[in-house]
Design a protein around this ligand. Structure first.
Ligand SMILES: [Zn+2]
Ligand SMILES: [Zn+2]
Length: 342
């Protein structure tokens, strides 16, 4: 089968690899749609570790073609998607419901290939069956939407809150959509490129701040009559965005970090002490309250409350993966989310 493998910094190559057999606890899925994620770009640029032996790609949807030993509740032909890690279900953290912090956590697809290949290996613990009327594109957007659902839940937002989202990429835009679906009172999002403005408008942002033209801290001050935002969700990364997130939060407000960090940062911590701003992270997805973030994301899409397909700007075949990564890595291309379609 064909699989796209990283071969160096900013290099990815389509290769012929051995077909996979379903290992115990795994299913093999015929890959239909997979998104290029910010974390895939971190690996592409060499910021994060990457495999140069097996295909990455964790925002995946397809149909089950083979079922390994010990996998219950799934059958050949099921339309499925997966969480980007496996968990053991038996450790102390799983026992407490915090399975995204599982002590026996494994990477997506185990030793097999991920979504940038003709077939994807998925671990039973990470599998979700999708409604039959889901499109493969919708299915491949469950993963990033689940990330954003968790970020909104980590912020503890209520219908009385004004929420600020820093960043107009996939995670920023879907966080905006998830915050709207959660019924927050008002939303503000920062954007850098025209295509991000268009999607932010489509998701009903109350205020859109173009960072090329305006200073978000100043705008938020004005927008909230000097009070600051109740919660700020930071999706970009870097020291200046951390500082901006804390500066935008009101006293005793919440900052949720859901950006990809790859080096230690020098940041201003003073306001966290003085104003008792609570800063927390948001790690993938797991349970938010009594519900799994993945189930919440599937429900938001099924009910029509969030249409995540609005962020998909480009679609390429697997044989066009080099161009797909180039376009995804360069936001001047007009891209938000790039999908590989098979
Ligand atoms: Zn992702
Ligand atoms: Zn565990």
């Amino acid at each position: 089968m064909k699989a796209a493998i990283y071969t160096g910094d900013e290099q990815i190559e389509l290769r012929d690899v051995d077909p996979m057999k379903a290992e115990p606890a795994y299913v093999i899925v015929n890959t239909k749609s997979s998104g290029i994620c910010g974390s895939d770009l971190h690996a592409y640029f060499g910021h994060w570790s990457r495999s140069e032996k097996r295909a990455h790609g964790h925002e995946v949807c397809g149909t089950v073609v083979e079922i390994g030993e010990g996998v219950d509740g799934f059958k050949v032909g099921d339309k499925v998607t997966m969480e980007c890690f496996s968990h053991d279900g038996t450790c102390a953290l799983c026992d407490q419901g915090h399975y995204n912090h599982c002590l026996g956590k494994g990477g997506f697809s185990g030793e097999g290939h991920g979504g940038f290949a003709e077939y994807t290996a998925m671990h039973a613990s990470s599998l979700f069956k999708l409604p039959d009327d889901f499109t493969f594109e919708q299915g491949a957007l469950v993963e990033p939407l689940a990330v954003c659902h968790r970020a909104v839940m980590q912020a503890g937002t209520t219908s009385r809150d004004r929420a600020v989202v820093l960043g107009g990429g996939t995670i920023g835009l879907l966080t905006l959509a998830a915050a709207k679906a959660a019924g927050v009172r008002e939303t503000l999002i920062t954007v850098k490129y025209p295509q991000q403005t268009e999607v932010a408008k489509a998701y009903g942002a109350d205020r859109i701040v173009d960072v090329n033209e305006e200073d978000v801290t100043e705008v938020v001050k004005e927008w909230t009559d000097d009070l600051g935002a109740d919660c700020v969700i930071e999706t970009v990364g870097g020291a200046s965005n951390f500082d901006a997130a804390v500066a935008c939060a009101r006293k005793r407000g919440t900052v949720v970090l859901v950006a990809g960090y790859f080096e230690p940062l020098e940041v201003d911590l003073r306001k966290i002490v003085w104003s008792e701003v609570v800063v927390t992270g948001s790690n993938c997805y797991g349970y938010s309250g009594r519900e799994k973030d993945f189930d919440a994301a599937i429900e938001m899409i099924a009910s029509g409350r969030v249409d995540p397909t609005k962020i998909v700007t480009h679609r390429y075949g697997l044989d066009e993966i080099v161009e797909a990564f180039r376009v995804s890595a360069d936001k001047k291309s007009g891209s938000v989310k790039v999908h590989i379609v098979q």
